[in-house]
Design a protein around this ligand. Structure first.
Ligand SMILES: NC(=O)c1ccc[n+]([C@@H]2O[C@H](COP(=O)([O-])OP(=O)(O)OC[C@H]3O[C@@H](n4cnc5c(N)ncnc54)[C@H](OP(=O)(O)O)[C@@H]3O)[C@@H](O)[C@H]2O)c1
Length: 291
């Protein structure tokens, strides 16, 4: 008889994978996690994906793997699609074959930002750049190739792990006297810890309302607001200037508005989500950066 749930994690050394690894150290649930990184399991290789899923009777696969360089993707379209579309298709096919539930992470960048109220799961994606397009194509492969999946779109992910805006601001805020950050892109920062809590709840409670979900922290912010809060909470003195996106051109265009409506996930998981500022205080404490 099977004793505990078995969960395969792909992209286990990235930001979300590392946050998950940390979270399971303090969980009391009996779940067997197998963490893989890109060297152990390259999701763009169907043969190795099939082989890996065949190794054990996995109940779930959490896909934390992805091509995540938004600007680089503009000149690296083939690679972004190879990982985010083709790689996700491999995972979907293998999970379907081995009866494994796939929890796949997607992004607010599948939307173009032209809405003025929070994006619903049913809103039509219309990505502005290659990264968003590759993630949308990956979602479509999941929907096309299997039934038992959770696609969780999230936004502005940060934590004490990997590369993210929070860590960059802590660094630049301490090194420089003055910084400029855009104020005309609106969304919600999301603590990777809070996203991991939601993912684990899906597994522990064996939620079976499969489909697409939106998850971010509560509240609204511009990148300028987010930076200001990072400096306030962490006691960093820096002259922060609000600028328009056109004053800080990037290879990939970003949605100017990417608020996600979280009603569905809150209802299905019967949970509340913390405000982004409260979670930022927690992550700052974890980081040991609060003076
Ligand atoms: N970061 C954000 O702001 C944000 C926002 C919304 C959604 N998301 C989504 O959330 C997910 C997790 O993001 P993250 O911030 O944790 O990203 P991350 O830190 O860049 O981690 C991605 C991981 O994927 C691995 N990977 C890349 N190609 C792979 C392959 N072919 N096979 C297996 N693993 C591969 C990378 O390993 P190597 O380093 O060895 O290549 C890396 O460990 C991604 O799907 C991302 O699209 C992120």
């Amino acid at each position: 008889m099977k004793q505990s749930k078995r969960v395969l994690v792909t992209g286990g050394s990235g930001q979300l994978g590392s946050t998950l690894k940390k979270a399971i150290q303090s969980t009391t649930e009996t779940i067997d996690f197998v963490f893989t990184d890109s060297k152990d399991l390259d999701i763009s290789n169907l043969e190795s994906v099939m082989e890996y899923l065949n190794k054990a009777d996995f109940d779930y696969c959490i896909n934390c793997a992805g091509y995540t360089q938004v600007d680089k993707a503009e000149e690296d379209e083939e690679k972004a699609l190879f990982i985010n579309e083709h790689g996700v298709k491999n995972l979907a096919k293998a999970c379907h074959s081995y009866n494994t539930i796939l929890i796949h992470i997607s992004t607010d960048f599948v939307f173009d930002g032209r809405k003025s109220s929070p994006y619903l799961e049913t809103d039509r994606p219309s990505p502005l750049g290659i990264y968003g397009l590759s993630k949308y194509k990956g979602e479509q492969e999941v929907v096309r190739n299997m039934d038992r999946y959770f696609i969780i779109r999230t936004s502005w992910l940060y934590s004490e792990y990997g590369h993210n805006f929070f860590k960059s601001m802590l660094k630049y805020g301490r090194e420089r006297d003055q910084l400029s950050v855009v104020f005309d892109q609106i969304g919600t920062p999301t603590s990777a810890h809070d996203l991991v809590t939601a993912i684990l709840k899906i597994i522990v409670e064996e939620i079976d309302n499969y489909g697409i979900y939106h998850f971010s922290n509560e509240g609204v912010a511009s990148w300028y607001d987010f930076a200001q809060a990072i400096f306030d909470i962490n006691g960093i003195q820096v002259d922060l200037k609000p600028i328009r996106s056109k004053e800080y051109p990037t290879p990939a265009e970003r949605p100017s508005y990417s608020l996600l409506d979280k009603s569905k996930i809150k209802k299905v998981l019967k949970t509340q989500i913390p405000h982004w500022r409260k979670s930022l205080e927690e992550v700052s404490k974890n980081m040991g950066s609060v003076k």
